[in-house]
Ligand binder design. Structure first.
Ligand SMILES: [Zn+2]
Length: 290
C-alpha cells in the first residue's frame, strides 16, 4: 500500500494569511453583522487581498439590513516575502480590551496582539523566517497603507485624498457636526501626505530610533547613542520628527511629547556633542560620563 500523500490535507499549502470572523454592530441600525476581518496577509499568497488594501476595500463591511457600509477596525500584519520591509504592522484604531484590563493598558494589549500575530506568522512561515524582519518591521497607520504599497505613492496619496473628500461631502449632507470635526483632522492629514512622513516611516533608521527611545535610563540611552552614531544627524532627526507628526495625527499626545524630548536631545548631541548633551540632560558635569 502506498504511503499517504498529505499535501492537500489541512492548510499546508496556502496558510500564512489569517482571518477572524467577528460579529459587529452596524453603526447605523445596530443590526449584528458577521464580518471577516483579515489579521495576517501574505502578499504573495493573496494578491487579491493586497488589491483590496490598495483599493481601500479590505475592511469595508456592508450591513445586510440597511445597506450601510463602513470600515471594521482591527490590527493587520502584512507579510511581503518579496519586498522591503518584509513586515508591516497596522495597529487597530481602537484596541479591544479584555474585560479585566483597564484602559491604561491599551498600548500594552496592542503590543501583545502584534506579538501574537508575529508568533503565528513565524510558526507558519517556518525555517525561512528571519529575526531581522521584526527589527525592520514598519508601523504604518492602516489609512496610509494604500499609499505605502503603491508603485506611485504620490498618485495614491492624491487618490486617497479625493476619496476622503468625496466621503466628507457625503458626511456634510448627513451629519454636519461630524463633518466639522473631520475637516480639522483632514487638514493635518493633507499636511502629512505632503511631508516626508511616508519615506520616514519605512526608513531603516526607524527601528534604531525605536530602540533608542526604549532605553530604560538616560545613561543607557547614552551608551546606545555612542554605539549608533547614525542617530546623530539631520537624517535621524527628520525621521523622528515624522514619527512625532504621525503620533500627533493619531492624537497620541503623550507619545508625541515623549518623543519630542528625545528629538531635542538628539539635536543637542549634534550641536554640542554626545557627551555634553547627555551630561546636560542628566544634569552632571560632562567628565562624569565615560
Ligand atoms: Zn445596518
Amino acid at each position: 500500500m502506498p504511503h499517504s500523500r498529505r499535501l492537500f490535507k489541512g492548510d499546508f499549502l496556502m496558510a500564512h494569511s489569517l482571518a477572524q470572523n467577528r460579529s459587529v454592530a452596524c453603526p447605523n441600525c445596530e443590526q449584528m453583522v458577521e464580518a471577516e476581518i483579515w489579521l495576517v496577509i501574505d502578499a504573495v499568497e493573496r494578491p487579491d487581498l493586497l488589491a483590496d488594501i490598495r483599493n481601500g476595500t479590505l475592511r469595508i463591511m456592508v450591513c445586510s439590513q440597511c445597506g450601510f457600509s463602513g470600515e471594521v477596525d482591527g490590527p493587520l500584519l502584512l507579510y511581503r516575502p518579496e519586498d522591503d520591509p518584509v513586515l508591516i504592522f497596522c495597529p487597530p484604531a481602537t484596541v479591544l480590551l479584555p474585560d479585566d484590563k483597564p484602559e491604561e493598558e491599551a498600548e500594552e494589549v496592542a503590543v501583545e496582539q502584534m506579538e501574537e500575530l508575529l508568533d503565528y506568522l513565524a510558526e507558519k512561515v517556518g525555517p525561512v523566517w528571519q529575526k531581522r524582519w521584526i527589527e525592520e518591521l514598519a508601523l504604518i497607520p492602516f489609512l496610509m497603507l494604500p499609499v505605502t504599497l503603491s508603485d506611485d505613492p504620490e498618485a495614491a496619496a492624491r487618490a486617497l485624498t479625493e476619496q476622503i473628500m468625496a466621503g466628507l461631502e457625503k458626511l456634510r449632507e448627513e451629519n454636519p457636526e461630524a463633518y466639522e470635526e473631520a475637516v480639522g483632522t483632514l487638514g493635518e492629514f493633507e499636511e502629512m501626505l505632503g511631508s516626508d512622513v511616508m519615506a520616514a516611516l519605512v526608513s531603516p533608521l526607524t527601528s534604531v530610533l525605536d530602540e533608542f527611545v526604549s532605553c530604560g535610563s538616560w545613561e543607557e540611552s547614552y551608551e546606545f547613542v555612542k554605539a549608533h552614531p547614525e542617530l546623530v544627524g539631520e537624517e535621524a532627526e527628520d525621521v523622528l520628527d515624522a514619527i512625532i507628526e504621525s503620533a500627533y495625527m493619531m492624537e497620541d499626545d503623550e507619545t508625541a511629547d515623549f518623543l519630542e524630548e528625545h528629538l531635542f536631545l538628539l539635536e543637542r548631541c549634534r550641536e554640542i556633542g554626545v557627551q555634553k548633551a547627555f551630561a546636560e540632560k542628566i544634569g552632571i558635569p560632562p567628565d562624569e560620563l565615560a
